[in-house]
Write a protein that binds this ligand. Structure first.
Ligand code: IMP
Ligand code: MG
Length: 177
């Protein structure tokens, strides 16, 4: 049983098959770019990164996981982004694809791109499964977007509320009880 004061919406916002279909077309777009390294921002993007990387499927393509956190157990971002795991990676001179689950205020992706740039990659492109354009507070746009969504808090397919709901294969809206 969940201990959170929220419940799932009656039906998924994005069904499992819709996600699968979009991943096919997104992977074709990404395949056309010759990336050396996928950088996946844990924890929210673990499922998306696993699925999209296996669809790109190039032997020389590396995948690394870094940690970015800005959320406590709340549906509001704290605005401060903590990043770890970049220091030990070999990304100098590499073409990077940075992958995250969702672009909300933009704080996380903006901070990640700045932090990665310090390690001297050749290029950094960004890809998010979900984009909440209306929530943006920093001037940041992803190069690749899976789905545009409204200003609603969503969970599932890797996205969490207080670390719950991540394992659901669909995207759901979270509603107050
Ligand atoms: P931003 O820094 O405000 O853009 O927030 C990005 C991060 O906040 C994402 O990587 C998610 O981990 C989390 N986040 C933002 N919106 C949602 C949501 O609707 N559901 C779950 N997590 C979210
Ligand atoms: Mg995240």
């Amino acid at each position: 049983m969940s201990n959170t004061p929220y419940k799932l919406s009656n039906a998924p916002l994005i069904a499992e098959q819709q996600i699968k279909n979009r991943l096919e077309s997104l992977a074709q777009e990404l395949k056309a770019c010759d990336f050396d390294v996928i950088l996946s921002a844990l924890t929210g993007s673990y499922m998306f990164a696993a699925d999209i990387s296996r669809k790109i499927a190039k032997p020389a393509l590396k995948i690394y996981f870094i940690k970015a956190s800005s959320y406590g157990d709340s549906t509001q971002s704290s605005g401060k982004v903590q990043i770890s795991g970049l220091e030990k990676l070999d990304i100098k001179g590499k073409r990077i694809l940075l992958v995250d689950d969702i672009l909300d205020t933009g704080n996380t992706m903006f901070a990640l791109v700045q932090a990665i740039a310090e390690y001297g990659p050749t290029s950094i492109k960004t890809c998010v499964l979900l984009n909440k354009e209306s929530r943006r507070t920093v001037d940041f746009h992803a190069d690749f977007v899976g789905f545009e969504i409204e200003d609603k808090f969503v969970v599932g397919y890797g996205l969490d509320y207080a670390d719950e709901y991540r394992t659901l294969p669909e995207i759901w809206t979270l509603e107050k009880l």
